[in-house]
Design a protein around this ligand. Structure first.
Ligand code: NAD
Ligand code: 6OD
Length: 484
């Protein structure tokens, strides 16, 4: 049995208390994880604070970014280890970890190393009463110790999406991975040591949220800023914790995103894209589309074609090269998703496909498997149409006009993303402008240029990260005014 530890001040450390990490594929315990106590979190934060003024704090920008480039290269050298570890933690099919999540983990370090090297400096000349003038220039400084609280759905991608800009800007970090997915953060710790990131710069504390590691970290007075990805309710609790000491927060939270499909779309490309946006990573993607709106003339054909495509998805293990969908993360999450499957029927949905538990081979029978599921026939007020389920499911409604679909798509407390499928460019612009969300894709989904702003509006998020936008959170901009 694997024993997973915490990583504090450059060293792996155990703890008195452990918890079980189970495989989503079989539900068997695959590791015992050290749960970081308040004292462990304190040690991690203290190490991070010391590291700010140690060799890390004295490095030039060039030295720091060189280390981050080396880190990305070392991650790619250990590509197979990251793929296997992410697979064991999440059960996701190999094609997702190999082609998206692990390469993105490494790319995050390269991109933010480039961003900080190329950030322009603010400079203003001013006139003074004595006629001699003054100059002003902006200097970016790290904010300090950054607490990073992570979810389980894309562990390496989402953790490095925060760790990379934090380190690129010269901060030090204490990471709290999800209790469901502790492993890739620890593998990254090995990589940090291998490339010579000084002790204390990157720390990992494992555990749960309330009354546990997450709360100890976010309430710690020496954590200078907190960045979080996860559920909206948790984000609100973290914001409250951050209010003590008036610390800044960056929150990436839940979504109930709309896919809007016009009758003039390229149907094959749309089906392919929407299949990913509904069922990719077993629907456990914050940007996923659990609400589809299809223009009425295409509705019946779309539903039939989409059903056929969903029924071709193949459930399987990460080692199965033909698998296109894995299990959910845990039995607990499966219960939640299945409760929505039952609720949809109670509320009068037509179940187009799925709606239950698939037959799996005996050795996988205890895994967190559910069927990909499509519903039609519900009003926009139904629970499965309004609440984030975070499973492989969607509801499809017909619509008649552009104004109607904009109103219905925006009729949600969330505002993370939306995707519009049409060949009419002017309409694409109009609808994209009217949608209340942080990200709108046209004829695409989850197509990411890491220099762009990423984040949610309404209850999906606070702040933007990505490219230079990350600097707003991970640095303090200081103005220096020199009288000439
Ligand atoms: P979660 O909110 O349950 O947990 C996220 C993290 O917060 C975990 O590490 C957990 O231990 C910790 N936590 C929980 N309560 C805490 C507390 N009181 N104080 C401190 N830490 C606490 O989310 P999850 O179930 O891991 O992830 C799924 C959710 O994440 C979905 O809602 C999804 O939409 C959202 N998500 C959003 C984005 C985005 O970019 N907007 C990306 C991925 C996932
Ligand atoms: O691509 C990203 O940067 C990002 N944060 C993706 C989020 C995926 C949510 O599941």
């Amino acid at each position: 049995m694997k024993q997973l530890q915490n990583f504090i001040d450059g060293a792996f450390r155990g703890s008195d208390k452990t918890f079980d990490k189970r495989s989503p594929v079989t539900n068997k315990v695959v590791a015992k994880v050290a749960e970081a106590s308040r004292a462990d979190v304190d040690a991690a934060v203290s190490a991070a604070k010391r590291a700010l003024t140690g060799p890390w704090g004295r490095m030039t920008l060039a030295q720091r970014t060189e280390l981050l480039d080396a880190l990305a290269k070392e991650m790619m050298r250990r590509f197979d280890d990251f793929v296997a570890t992410e697979a064991e933690d999440t059960g996701m099919p190999g094609h997702i970890s190999k082609h998206v999540f692990v390469p993105r983990g490494a790319a995050n370090f390269q991109v933010f190393a480039d961003v900080v090297k190329n950030v322009p400096t603010e400079f203003f000349e001013m006139v003074t009463p004595d006629g001699k003038g003054a100059i002003n220039y902006g200097v970016r400084r790290p904010v300090g110790v950054v607490g990073i609280v992570c979810p389980w759905n894309a562990p390496l991608l989402l953790m490095t999406w925060k760790v990379a800009p934090a380190l690129a800007c010269g901060n030090t970090v204490v990471v709290k991975p999800s209790e469901e997915t502790p492993q890739t953060a620890l593998l990254l710790a090995e990589v940090m040591n291998a490339v010579g990131i000084p002790p204390g710069v990157y720390n990992v504390v494992n555990g749960f949220g309330p009354d546990s590691t997450g709360e100890f970290l976010t309430t710690h007075p020496d954590v200078d800023a907190i960045t979080f990805t996860g559920e909206t309710r948790t984000g609100a609790a973290i914001m409250k914790a951050a209010a003590t000491g008036a610390r800044p927060v960056s929150l990436e939270m839940g979504g109930k995103n709309a896919g809007i499909i016009f009758a003039d779309c390229n149907l094959d490309a749309t089906i392919e894209g929407v299949l990913r946006s509904c069922f990719g990573n077993t629907g456990q993607v914050c940007l996923g589309t659990e609400r589809l709106f299809v223009e009425r003339p295409l509705f019946d054909k779309f539903v039939a074609t989409f059903k056929a495509a969903a029924e071709k998805l193949k459930l399987g293990t990460p080692e199965d090269d033909h698998a296109t969908m894995g299990p959910l993360i845990s039995q607990e999450h499966r219960q939640k998703v299945l409760s929505y499957y039952a609720k949809a029927v109670e509320e009068g949905a037509t179940v187009v496909t799925g709606g239950g538990v698939p037959d799996m081979p005996a050795e996988l029978a205890e895994g967190a498997w559910v069927q990909p599921t499509i519903w039609t026939g519900l009003p926009d007020t139904a629970a499965v149409v309004t609440e984030e389920i975070f499973g492989p499911c969607c509801h499809i409604s017909p619509f008649d006009t552009e104004e109607e679909v904009i109103r219905r798509a925006n009729n949600t407390r969330y505002g993370l993303s939306s995707s519009i499928w049409t060949n009419d460019l002017a309409r694409a612009h109009r609808v994209a402008a009217a949608i209340e969300a942080g990200i709108v894709w046209v004829n695409a989904w989850f197509l990411r240029d890491l220099r762009t702003a990423f984040g949610g509006s309404k209850q999906s998020g606070i702040g933007r990260e990505g490219g230079v936008h990350s600097l707003e959170f991970y640095t303090e901009l200081k103005n220096v005014c020199i009288k000439l």
